[in-house]
Design a protein around this ligand. Structure first.
Ligand code: AKG
Length: 339
């Protein structure tokens, strides 16, 4: 690539060759329809059992859902979005001080997905931060814009609480004790990817992010309120998940698929880009602690054909995930028990 990042402020008139997907891998945007029946779960609903039922349904049939009345304050969300835009509006020289292609770094600005492994690049820049424990990681976060650390810390705290609540609801929906997931996943890590997709001259030929599943336990995605771009795979078809006000999109990650013994599906999703407008999304990931042993509870494996996946540690899984390209087969397939 000529420049390392694409958020340079310079508008591209043609798509550089290294971003052009072969014909068979292109997004075929004209064939994508809108997902009209995305489950929207009101976490303010006083009927707790009803929330659990809705979560169970959404995890079984969709692998994702949106939540409203989720407890993360509108102020925290708005300030986070504003400071994220300000970060990507910084001069390129300032941003490049944080640039790295090393996925093991706990704070970096990068581009595409895994530039050293992939054959074709993706039309995305991203700031990736480790966020838990905050006092360990905040000192290495960007100091420009000056308010970034304070605003992002506050956002991370509120989102973490939401994530824990959803994990408890998911455990209950599987008929397990509320705290079982958190016991198995251990003291969970938290990462954040602030994704910036500049306007793209030829969106039909490339992706912001190609179809992938998330390697972690749970993803809490804040979509751009004005510009759509998220699509999910349902019954073999890509469907657009358009933003709704004051909502988060919750994705089941690979570890919850494993923990549920395959009952809940880690959803394939992708981000597409557009000609006119930049798009910004903020993904927060709850990740099992490195030495968490991922094993489905006996209550879910006793019946049927037993455990679908072999036991493994999250550290083992994560290493495997980053050693591969994003749009290969599902990483969890490599951890399946022989039949
Ligand atoms: O930008 C989006 O809507 C999706 C982002 C995403 O899938 C990710 O960060 O893993």
């Amino acid at each position: 690539m000529d420049t390392k990042v694409i958020s340079s402020g310079i508008r591209f008139l043609t798509l550089p060759e290294s971003y052009v997907r072969p014909e068979s891998e292109r997004p075929r945007l004209s064939e994508v329809s809108t997902c009209d029946n995305v489950p929207v779960i009101d976490l303010g609903n006083e009927d707790g059992a009803n929330i659990v039922d809705q979560i169970g349904y959404a995890c079984t049939y969709y692998g994702f859902f949106q939540v409203i009345n989720h407890g993360v304050s509108e102020e925290a969300v708005e300030r986070m979005q504003k400071v994220a835009w300000e970060f990507f509006d910084l001069p390129i020289e300032e941003k490049l001080k944080l640039y790295s292609e090393d996925p093991t770094k706990t704070m970096r600005l990068s581009t595409s997905f895994n530039v050293n492994k992939e054959k074709v690049h993706n039309w995305r820049d991203y700031l990736r931060l480790h966020c838990y424990p905050l006092d360990k990681y905040v000192p290495e976060w960007p100091s420009n814009p000056p308010s970034f650390r304070e605003i992002a810390s506050n956002y991370c705290k509120e989102v973490r609480e939401l994530g824990h609540r959803i994990e408890e609801l998911i455990s209950e929906s599987l008929g397990l004790e509320k705290d079982i997931e958190r016991k198995i996943l251990g003291e969970q890590g938290q990462h954040m990817a602030v994704n910036y997709y500049p306007p793209c001259p030829e969106p039909e030929l490339t992706y912001g992010l190609p179809g992938h599943t998330d390697p972690n336990a749970l993803t809490i995605l804040l979509q751009d309120q004005d510009v759509a771009g998220l699509q999910v795979l349902k019954e073999g078809k890509w469907l657009a998940v358009n933003p709704i006000p004051n909502a988060f999109v919750i994705n089941i990650g690979d570890q919850l698929q494993a923990l549920s013994n395959g009952r809940y599906k880690s959803v394939w999703h992708r981000a597409i880009v557009n000609v006119d407008k930049p798009r910004l999304s903020i993904a927060s990931f709850l990740c099992p602690c490195d030495d968490a042993l991922i094993r489905s509870p006996a209550a879910l494996t006793e019946e049927g054909s037993g455990p679908v996946y072999r036991d493994y540690t999250y550290a083992e899984y994560y290493k495997k995930f980053w050693s591969r390209n994003l749009d290969q087969e599902h990483c969890l397939e490599l951890f399946k028990n022989e039949k």
